[in-house]
Ligand binder design. Structure first.
Ligand SMILES: O=C(O)CCC(=O)C(=O)O
Length: 238
């Protein structure tokens, strides 16, 4: 497993930094400030609220996940039915970031929101996105975009830096979520401390599909809204 948080502090890069590819290769994640401007964050937030209010009620139940009290936890497939998100998924500047950092041609694959509501937001159990690609000739990457300030107390992402070098860790099913797969708590407990990616709204984190990551629940009074775009990378080598 990779180095511990104590040994390693991730740098928050600017999106046009030449050092991004090297950091991504070494760490499995790069943190970037100002991927979205404050105006863009406000626009995305407004469209998420509009979509949740007017479209979601008529969409299949499994296009959203809810917290135990019914609060919205996350939404999938927004780009399939809503022109704002179709255009967002096709943004050339976001694809360009992915291609510059990874050095590979990227194709948009999917979009998801993570609402992490105040007080009731549940954890994202520790996992590697690559578990969903097993048996398929796909290499993927995930561009996470903060739409609120993310801090340790409202459920910022946690990364096990360098873990992408060590292949897939065993995952199991998760009670109450037939699709999600996570690394068993006793295996997580044996890992070194993660790096907590405290990021201001508009920042982004691009992580490798073998990066071990997750986030804690949100017991704070501040929500932690985010969205993620996944891309597949060519040529597939695994
Ligand atoms: O935002 C979160 O808490 C989880 C995000 C995540 O697991 C991902 O983007 O792959």
């Amino acid at each position: 497993m990779g180095s511990t948080a104590a040994q390693h502090e991730l740098r928050l890069h600017d999106t046009d930094e030449a050092a991004l590819p090297e950091s991504y290769e070494r760490d499995g994640v790069v943190l970037m400030r100002d991927v979205l401007s404050a105006e863009e964050v406000a626009e995305v937030r407004g469209n998420i609220a509009r979509y949740a209010k007017w479209l979601l009620p008529a969409l299949p139940e499994d296009w959203a996940r809810r917290e135990a009290d019914g609060t919205l936890r996350g939404m999938y497939f927004l780009e399939r039915v809503d022109p704002f998100f179709t255009d967002f998924a096709a943004r050339a500047d976001l694809k360009d970031i992915v291609e510059r950092v990874t050095g590979r041609t990227a194709t948009f694959a999917s979009m998801e929101t993570f609402h992490k509501p105040a007080r009731v937001g549940s954890p994202s159990l520790v996992h590697q996105d690559g578990v969903y690609y097993v048996g398929r000739p796909i290499v993927g990457v995930n561009l996470w975009l903060g739409l609120d300030d993310a801090t340790a107390d409202n459920g910022a992402l946690k990364y096990w830096i360098g873990s992408h070098h060590d292949g897939l860790v065993e995952h199991g099913g998760v009670e109450g979520d037939e699709f999600f797969r996570a690394i068993a708590p006793h295996l997580v407990a044996a890992m070194p401390d993660p790096f907590v990616a405290e990021l201001s709204s508009g920042s982004g984190a691009l992580h490798h599909d073998m990066m071990v990551h997750g986030s804690d629940g949100n017991a704070s009074e501040r929500p932690r809204l985010a969205m993620a775009l996944t891309y597949t990378l060519e040529p597939a080598t695994r």
